[in-house]
Design a protein around this ligand. Structure first.
Ligand code: CUA
Length: 311
């Protein structure tokens, strides 16, 4: 089936099954009703000016049939879908917990092993995962089409979701709840690794899951800029989205919210990434999260190198 996304979790085939059954029943009745409708319209059309319509009061057997059969069908559909739903809502006991936080406009993941990643969720093939979800500001929705799972993240409470990834690969993660200006840029990836690759990832030192290749600093910076969600708030063409544009930023001087002045040198940019609320540039809102523990030192250096190329 190519008209729906790839099925890459244990739940996918179950959800597809429900969808298929509902669709087939709908198609069956659509065709049946349409054919009968056209047939009757032709057969019982008014054939002459003075033809009178027969007076029909109703048919009890007919009414019983068209009430009882659809009722049975609906109950069966409900039971079938409910069994699948219950399965989707009940994580197995051996599932590992990963905490996901939605924030305007990025995803952060915290793992049972202390690791943290941004916009990239790393999971192991065939190991059930329970996502413990929370939102820092407004409603977001965690949606991985290939896994057939979707769940809202709600400020002030935890929600949960579980799945077992069955295919190795990289799958799209979307925010499926309108959450403000950067909603459409609130994108991520789910990376499913083999058990061996997952072990290597777990024991790796890179905070980004070891995905950073050895690129020249500015190119790595551009990659980090796109993959870690900087692009949701910082443009590279001079336009102001949520935060200051990166274009012409390096070496720029200006005023901070507290009236003092700043020069955007390496240390200022580094500090702005690690402690974004400390030295706010005048006219901007303190909405940026800290990237401490999320970006490694070499990634920050790379971003600075990238910013330097944006004159
Ligand atoms: Cu987060 Cu839409």
């Amino acid at each position: 089936m190519t008209w729906i996304p790839e099925a890459a979790s244990n739940l996918a085939s179950k959800v597809d099954g429900v969808l298929l059954v509902i669709t087939l029943i709908s198609i069956f009745f659509f065709v049946l009703i349409t054919v009968v409708l056209i047939y009757f319209a032709v057969k019982y059309r008014r054939k002459s000016e003075d033809e009178e319509t027969p007076y029909i009061t109703g048919s009890e057997p007919l009414e019983i049939i068209w009430t009882v059969i659809p009722s049975i069908l609906l109950i069966l559909l409900f039971v079938y879908a409910f069994v699948v739903y219950k399965d989707m809502r009940t994580p197995p006991k051996d599932a590992v917990d990963i905490t996901v936080t939605g924030k305007q406009w990025l995803w952060t993941f915290e793992y049972y092993n202390g690791k943290k990643t941004l916009n990239e969720l790393y999971v192991q093939q065939n190991r059930p995962v329970r996502m413990v979800m929370k939102a820092d500001d407004v409603l977001h929705s965690f949606f991985v089409p290939a896994f057939r799972v979707k769940q809202d993240l709600i400020p002030g409470r935890y929600t949960q979701l579980w799945f077992t990834p069955t295919k190795i690969g990289t799958f799209d993660l979307f925010c499926a709840e309108y959450c403000g200006t950067g909603h459409s840029a609130m994108l991520g990836k789910v990376v499913v690794l083999s058990p061996e690759a997952y072990d290597i990832w777990q024991n790796g030192v890179a905070t980004d899951g070891g995905a950073v290749a050895s690129l020249p600093p500015a190119e790595l910076g551009e990659k980090v800029y796109k993959e870690k969600g900087c692009n949701a708030c910082h443009s590279v063409d001079g336009s102001v989205v949520i935060g200051p544009s990166f274009k012409g930023l390096y070496g720029k001087e200006g005023k901070l919210e507290d009236g003092s002045s700043y020069t955007a040198d390496e240390n200022y940019i580094r500090k702005s990434i690690l402690e974004p609320q400390e030295e706010m540039v005048e006219g901007f809102q303190p909405v940026m999260p800290s990237f401490k523990g999320i970006l490694g030192d070499d990634e920050i250096t790379a971003i600075i190198a990238y910013i330097k190329t944006l004159k």
